[in-house]
Design a protein around this ligand. Structure first.
Ligand SMILES: *Cc1c(COP(=O)(O)O)cnc(C)c1O
Length: 486
């Protein structure tokens, strides 16, 4: 375990060491990383963001009455986001640290609204299409709200409105739709869900975390886009990340409400202690103003025309990826992507092997495990820097498919699956978890400076892909519980 060094380390040495730590990290710039990071293709945008971030790095957004500029920045950023989503008078919102926080805030707001207005509801629930983001399950877990998961159409991957209507019961407080869903990049039938929400008097949240910013631009560029925003009657709230496709630094999202009556239940005040009076809009109390200032700066610097130009390239790049993959015999696009996200699967080749082959060729493409009726697949987030490198991506994808083909498709191992299904994660001891993790290639966590993380991940993914969900979740927790040891 490290201790604070007895004497301070020289400035150059500090930065040398930081630089060395990063040698195995994914590239964040240049477009070869097709998930997690978003590169607009404008190198100067990083400078704009960095400068604004640093200007507000040390300010504390805890109390807007002492940093009124932070209140102004937040209202302006929320205003830009809301107008982008065709908000009318009365729409309000807040800046949060990310999509997860935005979603957790709306689930809390709806739960607390129900506590006040529907006191007869003891176990509030929300109806989720199976494609809804994990953040809703996390919110349910944290705030003790039940989830009712409903199927999606197996060819379009869109929410099944009738199934959601049938799932509504007396305890239902919230319906959820995505625009777009992360896994398949499609918009749920939001206009129909809006009608359902109005008819049954429930709240409807639209998760526009990853698609919300992109879709209005794609619509204006002529792509067919299902309506999803505040122009749709019945939509009561929308989450939209800025740190994805608005190209602002991490720690930036907004949660928007059609009116302040519901938003009120998101806010938290505490006067029951001896210190300063606490009033928080979101989770955090003390927080830097950096991400907010950077979001404000990037959105103002690019402006609508800057974003249009980025999304014009993004739409072309997405179409080129789809066409290229459609032409490959072994790969198949799942559904018809409506934004800049593409999922592809294969009946003949193990997609996890393709991911590893691509990694060796210097690309990061994201493996998605099989879940429910969605087969294991590869996810790509196309961005502003993608267009010029699509041909290289497709060429290397073809090479990776060739390299992986001899091993055939991801065959479920019946014996392993049978064994895994007999394991009750609640009853396993620590030694068994050690053995399971080791057998999956997730064993070694020697506490050297360079944490031993696996180079090839196909084996791990293949094992996880066959685990029952509860075991998979527990294995991941056990793994991280071993990984984060100082
Ligand atoms: C990314 C994402 C989230 C979660 O956002 P974070 O910023 O990672 O917390 C929620 N919903 C969708 C559809 C997303 O793509």
């Amino acid at each position: 375990m490290k201790a604070i060094p007895t004497a301070g380390v020289a400035r150059d040495e500090v930065f040398d060491r930081l630089g060395k730590f990063r040698c195995k990290d994914l590239d964040t710039k240049g477009g070869r990383t097709w998930a997690y990071v978003y590169d607009s293709g404008h190198p100067e945008l990083f400078e704009i963001a960095d400068r604004a971030y640093l200007e507000y790095l040390h300010e504390n957004a805890l109390d807007p009455t002492v940093y009124p500029s932070l209140l102004q920045l937040e209202n302006e950023v929320v205003g830009m986001a809301a107008s982008h989503l065709r908000a009318g008078e009365g729409v309000v919102g807040n800046f949060t640290t990310g999509g997860t926080e935005s979603i957790m805030m709306v689930v809390k707001a709806v739960r607390d609204w129900a506590r006040e207005n529907r006191p007869e509801i003891k176990r509030p629930n929300m109806i989720l299409p199976v494609t809804a983001h994990a953040a809703f399950h996390k919110a349910a877990h944290y705030f003790d709200v039940e989830t009712v998961v409903t199927p999606v159409d197996p060819s379009t991957w869109k929410a099944d409105v009738d199934a959601m209507a049938d799932a509504i019961n007396g305890d239902t407080v919230l319906l959820v739709g995505s625009a777009v869903s992360y896994a398949h990049g499609v918009v749920d039938p939001i206009p129909e869900l809006g009608r359902l929400a109005l008819e049954r008097e429930r709240f409807l949240h639209v998760d526009g975390c990853i698609g919300g910013f992109v879709l209005p631009y794609f619509r204006r560029l002529g792509a067919p886009v299902t309506d999803f925003d505040f122009a749709v009657p019945g939509v009561s709230s929308i989450s939209m990340d800025l740190h994805k496709y608005a190209y602002t630094p991490k720690g930036a999202s907004v949660i928007l409400y059609r009116n302040a009556d519901l938003r009120r239940h998101q806010l938290y005040a505490c006067a029951s202690w001896a210190g300063y009076t606490v009033i928080n809009t979101t989770f955090q109390s003390t927080k830097s103003g950096g991400a907010l200032a950077a979001a404000w700066a990037v959105m103002n610097y690019l402006g609508d025309s800057g974003y249009m130009e980025i999304f014009d390239r993004t739409l072309k790049a997405t179409q080129a990826v789809i066409e290229g993959v459609d032409a490959m015999e072994d790969l198949e696009i799942m559904g018809r992507p409506e934004s800049s996200l593409v999922a592809m699967t294969s009946a003949t080749v193990n997609v996890f092997e393709i991911v590893d082959e691509m990694r060796e060729l210097g690309w990061y493409v994201q493996p998605q495990l099989g879940f429910d009726i969605s087969k294991e697949n590869i996810h790509l987030s196309v961005g502003g820097s993608s267009l010029p490198i699509v041909p290289a991506l497709l060429a290397d994808l073809a090479k990776s498919v060739e390299a992986a083909r001899p091993n055939g498709p991801a065959e479920p191992d019946e014996n392993l699956a049978a064994l895994l299904s007999t394991l009750d994660p609640e009853k396993l001891d620590s030694a068994t978890f050690d053995a399971l993790l080791a057998s999956a290639g997730m064993g070694s966590t020697d506490n050297s400076d360079a944490m031993a993380l696996p180079d090839r991940t196909a084996g791990i993914n293949a094992l996880l892909n066959q685990c029952p969900d509860a075991l998979k979740e527990r294995l991941l927790v056990e793994y991280f519980n071993r990984l984060y040891v100082p």
